[in-house]
Design a protein around this ligand. Structure first.
Ligand code: HEM
Length: 139
């Protein structure tokens, strides 16, 4: 529960400098030189987190609705929203897999933070989440 609350709070935070991080994102993705940010998640991750929660939540709510409403205009609306949420979720998953594969040089090694225990190397953490690396980690 505490992790879910922290995930939510960290995902909706907006810091000064986030806009600059987005402006420098193409350079960061291609070279690893991302703009700085002050979050536990980078600004792009924060948007992806919210979008995952919204699309999955929409699928569950409209999906449950579809099991109860079988015909009529409500069914048409529910199925449309359900389908649209499916497209959005598919795009999000594709983006997630693209970054995890490390095809973009800036995201090489990022997959280790997502899977197999979530431990990533210090250079990768410094590149993607500079605030997570303390001086002690680099000694
Ligand atoms: C990752 C989650 C989900 C995805 C990607 C997904 C995707 C889809 C898609 C693509 C359709 C076909 C819609 C169309 O005809 O164009 C569909 C139909 C349906 N979904 Fe889901 N769905 C998800 C979750 C759920 C959940 C949680 C429920 C219910 C608890 C649900 C209930 C239904 C029902 C009842 C239909 C059939 C509507 C009909 O009678 O044509 N879905 N879903």
């Amino acid at each position: 529960m505490r992790a879910a609350v922290r995930f939510g709070l960290e995902s909706v935070r907006i810091n000064r400098g986030d806009g600059s991080w987005f402006r420098h994102w193409p350079r960061g993705a291609l070279t690893g030189r991302f703009g700085s940010h002050r979050g536990r998640f980078d600004p792009g991750q924060r948007i992806a987190n919210i979008a995952f929660v919204v699309t999955l939540g929409t699928l569950i709510v409209t999906g449950v609705g579809l099991t109860m409403v079988k015909t009529g205009p409500d069914f048409v609306v529910l199925v449309r929203v359900h389908r649209f949420a499916t497209y959005a979720l598919t795009a999000l998953v594709a983006e997630h897999v693209l970054l995890a594969l490390g095809v973009l040089p800036g995201y090489r090694g990022a997959w280790r933070s997502m899977h197999l225990g979530g431990r990533t190397s210090t250079p990768t953490a410094r590149r993607l989440w500079p605030r997570s690396v303390t001086n002690r980690d680099t000694e």
